[in-house]
Design a protein around this ligand. Structure first.
Ligand code: PLP
Length: 395
């Protein structure tokens, strides 16, 4: 065996990336796979942002940046937090990182000691549990079901808290369920936390703009009792179709931001300079500049739901944000389709890949073994064809 660390040997491979790799393999064999597994907008980065990056190259932005990001970018982030979320942050409270994923990794590294528990309402974003474990934390899963739109209730939160609870991590809008917590629902959770002043919250709001409710996005840090113990995580990957540019950021209590800055100073020395310049332009623009993408996602959500509801065995709810549906597929468990026995969501997702040539992701990866995740960050034609194939494969 290779002399690798226990740390890496104990880590699971990102299931979404693994599914994408498997789909690529099948494609290389000549199979016509439709990919509905990735959390990646199928739009291009808007031209005004690309132009800002080109300008930055020509203006010779090529040196190391401040570890926590250019001051102009941090100012643009402060303006964005105020404008979009009515949250007041100051420069020492902001840290720019190489994607929201690194923001999360920094927070885990600076907040968790061995054995600290982190409550993860299920389903949760695939990387949370491994980032927590990598930093010696213990993920504590709180199960939810489709009947409650996959949301954790205050009494579930209360029941999950122990003397070792250090943090709660959640995303709203949620990847993978598409659920979002209303202000009142967040207040319900905050009420429980009033009795536990040493518990900190990561509020991952990267899908904030992809919200179909017509109501403003609600942030945990807007609740006065939570502001001093919430780390608000956001980024440009999803809303601005900038996944590959790798820029994410936090707004947090200044002592947490300072610690993240220190951590990042030893790991990456800060995010890419050209991408940072481009994001200044992206964040200064009113978020309505990306409405054309949100409108299209909403049409697709409705299309996916209509088509899925036409297939016996797919139980859906109506996701209010992000670009995923997370149907319950337990109907198929124990059944044999085309000679293949489906015992769980992983079998079912693999079956869809092999027999329908459609890539999805098993709910197991997100801490929910009853469901699969279908991303509708794909063209309407591909969605229609994919769900037609799924229907044929399971009928
Ligand atoms: N948080 C959630 C809930 C996500 O779905 C993703 C990306 O899939 C991220 C964070 C990471 O985003 P970034 O591309 O900024 O690292």
């Amino acid at each position: 065996s290779q002399p690798l660390s226990d740390r890496i040997l104990n880590m699971s491979t990102s299931a979404t990336l693994a599914m994408a790799a498997k789909a690529r393999e099948l494609r290389a064999e000549g199979k016509d796979i439709i990919g509905l597994s990735l959390g990646e907008p199928d739009f291009n980065t808007p031209d005004f942002i690309k132009d800002a990056a080109i300008q930055a190259i020509n203006d010779n932005y090529n040196s190391y940046t401040p570890v926590d990001g250019y001051v102009e970018l941090k100012e643009a982030i402060i303006t964005k937090f105020k404008r979009d979320n009515n949250l007041t942050y100051t420069l020492p409270q902001i840290v720019v990182s190489t994607g929201a994923k690194q923001s999360l990794a920094n927070v885990a590294a600076v907040m968790l000691n061995n054995g600290d528990e982190v409550i993860l309402p299920c389903p949760y974003w695939v990387s949370y549990s491994d980032i927590v474990k990598l930093n010696d934390g213990v993920p504590v899963e709180v199960k939810t079901t489709i009947d409650t739109d996959f949301k954790m209730t205050p009494s579930q939160l209360e029941a999950a808290i122990t003397p070792k609870t250090k943090m709660i991590w959640f995303s709203s809008p949620c990847n993978p369920s598409g659920s979002l917590y209303s202000k009142a629902e967040l207040e319900g959770l905050a009420k429980v936390l009033e009795n536990y002043p040493n518990i900190y919250v990561v509020s991952d709001e990267i899908y904030e703009h992809i919200n179909y409710t017509g109501k403003p996005h609600a942030s945990m840090a807007q609740i006065p009792s939570m502001y001093d113990r919430t780390i608000t995580v956001n980024g440009v990957s999803k809303a601005f179709a900038m996944t590959g540019w790798r820029i994410g950021y936090i707004g947090a209590p200044d002592w947490i931001a300072r610690a993240c800055n220190k951590m990042q100073g030893q790991i990456t020395s800060g995010a890419n300079c050209i991408a940072q310049r481009a994001v200044i332009t992206a964040l200064k623009a009113d978020s309505s500049v990306v409405n054309y993408m949100i409108d299209e996602f909403k049409v697709r959500r409705d299309l996916v739901l209509k088509l899925l509801n036409d297939i016996e065995g797919f139980k859906t709810n109506t996701p209010e944000g992000a670009f995923y549906v997370f149907p319950n597929v337990t109907h198929f468990f124990g059944k044999t389709l085309r000679g293949k026995t489906i015992n769980n969501a992983t079998d079912f997702s693999l079956y869809l890949l092999e027999e329908a040539l459609v890539a999805t992701v098993t709910g197991d990866a997100f801490g929910n073994p009853d469901c699969i995740r279908i991303s509708y960050a794909a063209s309407q034609d591909n969605i229609i064809e994919a769900i037609k194939r799924i229907k044929e494969a399971v009928s």
